[in-house]
Design a protein around this ligand. Sequence first.
Ligand code: ATP
Length: 256
Amino acid sequence: MLEVTRLYAGYGASEVLHDVSFAVAAGTFCALIGANGAGKSTIMKAVAGTLRPVRGSICFEGQDISRSSAARIVAGGIALVPEGRHIFGPLTVHENLQMGAFTKLRPRVFQSADRSIEQRLAFVLSMFPRLEERLSQLAGTLSGGEQQMLAIGRALMSQPRLLLLDEPSMGLAPVIVQQVFAALTRLREHRVTILVSEQNASVTLAHADVGHVIESGEIVLSGSAAELHDNDRVREAYLGICADTADIAELDRSRA
Ligand code: ATP
């Protein structure tokens, strides 16, 4: 579905991504794992069209979108849930969701598709029933977890086939993070392909099918989520499990 090939991107003279290549198959949950500043958001922005790559290609369903505008990319079936959520605080939950259905390049959506917007809304509310209870509440007064659900719901209102989520766990309590990832897993059952960037490798690898580890703007490791979870480098750097600790835990288990 998505094929990123030899991508270079950055900000002004500063090159952040160096020769990044990876693919996301339709119907899968793919994870980009990396520490602060590794370049995860930069990849997301390049795919979503808010950052123009310097070199390389980004193909979505066979079409090169690396030079397309963000508006065209949303209309074409990709939606980004940005880091920090960026919901419209002074608008209600309902208004935020309606905004997600408005795409500049598809005015038909608003002319003929009130019903269609209602159907999308019904789908979003079935995914996140908490939002239904709060439709008339100002978005800025929601809890962090509710805001994340709203940001995902708003993105779903454009009916994406590929949903990008940049650090959805940021600032959320572990129990809410679990709820958000459980919702993402349910989305996959509705044929939405998922690409998540995260520092929280533990919860991400527990839900993803495949993953790529990014360090200093390069992909240094790729594999199934299970392979990455068992990889010593990932365990030490991202899961906080060093070989010695694992041995001690194993010893404790066998003693018990
Ligand atoms: P985090 O988890 O902290 O969000 P990240 O992996 O998403 O990290 P990026 O946001 O892609 O990392 O940043 C990669 C590098 O690009 C960092 O060194 C950062 O300082 C730099 N960078 C990001 N945005 C800009 C910008 N608008 N202008 C200049 N440099 C930037």
